[in-house]
Write a protein of this length. Structure first.
Length: 82
């Protein structure tokens, strides 16, 4: 048997999938963005609306991350020079 005949036999023996159930309304106008409006409700339920002010707030974790990157880069350059 050839690979093509095995593949065609495997596809022929599989049952067709049940038709997907679709909503009458495919978009949600309350999502306020075209991509979010196209998402299914169960995916959109897990999205959190974060205010823009919270995204720009500087935290201690941000400062620690920037400092560690700075010192790691400084150490790498120092080792390369020496």
């Amino acid at each position: 048997m050839t690979i093509a005949s095995l593949i065609s036999a495997a596809f022929a023996s599989s049952k067709p999938h049940a038709p997907r159930r679709r909503s009458l309304v495919l978009t949600d106008e309350s999502a306020r963005h075209p991509f979010r409006a196209s998402l299914p409700p169960h995916v959109r339920a897990s999205l959190l609306d974060i205010p823009a002010e919270d995204l720009w707030r500087l935290t201690a974790r941000d400062v620690r991350g920037a400092a560690s990157v700075y010192f790691a880069t400084f150490a790498a350059v120092l080792v390369f020079i020496l």
